[in-house]
Design a binder for this molecule. Structure first.
Ligand code: PLP
Length: 281
């Protein structure tokens, strides 16, 4: 088993068990910070520029000082040095607001192998249940403090949802708004196929995270003979779709094979989308 890598801004590579955070770090105390997770294949991060762009946007939304992109790029390069080309990895870049009692932002990178369960989901698909996120679809548009579209460190709700799914014997959750629209999953974006059109949920109207993987797939949908669009959808419509997927940088493309107890028919497009995204199966 390959060792995870940790790189701290200003300190370089350190052993993974090195204590790095102060007890008053606002990332720890309040989840106050931003992060990005990228897929590493062939020893390189996939869609690094897109992730850095989203991180810059997330930091701006939190009024958080983020190092220059060149500094973050260098941090990533330091983490990737010597990473075996045949080893899939997840590269995380993190920036917290730093110590509560004063001090600079805390910035570090981690790089670790992909978990077996993640790889298995690509091959076997996912069982998913809808779960409410507790507000109407459009609320985050007019409420910037709800941090729609921001990849903030505060993922406790996201992780609680995934634990809840596991307690039900399911693989994941699809969040829905109180007015009945599908949003996203706690760590991935919803995509579906209907009438040869690959769709995802519009981030600007809903506050879901604008997914880099979904963007890549929609931008290249024509290569698969599909149109691409962003639109709202209700879960009932998904059960009649020609394919439903949860996609993310690390997960890649995983077919939803069951939604709220209804078996969804396997889509021939799954293999094509997986090839397009380039994650090993
Ligand atoms: N939505 C949420 C809430 C996420 O945490 C993620 C993962 O980062 C995604 C969607 C998928 O985004 P991406 O494809 O950029 O990894």
């Amino acid at each position: 088993m390959i060792e995870p890598v940790v790189v701290m801004l200003g300190r370089g590579r350190v052993p993974v068990d090195t204590p790095l955070l102060r007890a008053d770090d606002l990332g720890v105390l309040r989840g106050d910070g931003v992060f990005e997770t990228m897929h590493v294949r062939g020893g390189r991060p996939w869609l690094l520029d897109e992730h850095l762009a989203r991180m810059v946007n997330s930091a701006a939304r939190l009024e958080l000082p983020l190092p220059e992109r060149s500094v973050l790029r260098e941090l990533a390069e330091t983490a990737l040095r010597g990473w075996p080309a045949d080893q899939e990895g997840a590269l995380r870049l993190v920036c917290t607001r730093g110590p509560e009692w004063g001090g600079p932002a805390t910035v570090f990178a981690t790089l670790a192998p992909i978990r077996d369960a993640t790889r298995l989901a690509r091959a076997q698909g996912l069982t998913v249940a809808t779960a409410t996120l507790g507000f109407p679809v459009a609320v985050r548009e007019g409420a910037p403090w709800l941090l729609g579209g921001v990849k903030a460190l505060s993922y406790a709700v996201n992780m609680a949802c995934q634990r809840w799914a596991a307690q039900q014997g399911l693989d994941d959750v699809l969040w829905v708004s109180t007015d009945g629209y599908a949003l996203e999953a706690p760590t991935s974006t919803l995509c579906w196929l209907r009438d040869e059109t690959l769709s995802t949920v519009p981030a600007d109207q809903t506050g879901v995270l604008p997914g880099t993987t979904a963007r890549w797939l929609l931008d290249h949908a024509a290569d698969l003979g599909c149109r691409a669009t962003e639109q709202l959808v209700q879960p009932e419509e998904l059960t009649a779709a020609d394919g439903v997927w949860l996609v993310s940088s690390v997960r890649g493309v995983a077919a939803v094979r069951e939604l709220d107890g209804v078996a969804l028919k396997p889509s021939p497009l799954t293999a094509d989308l997986q090839r397009l995204a380039g994650h090993p199966i």
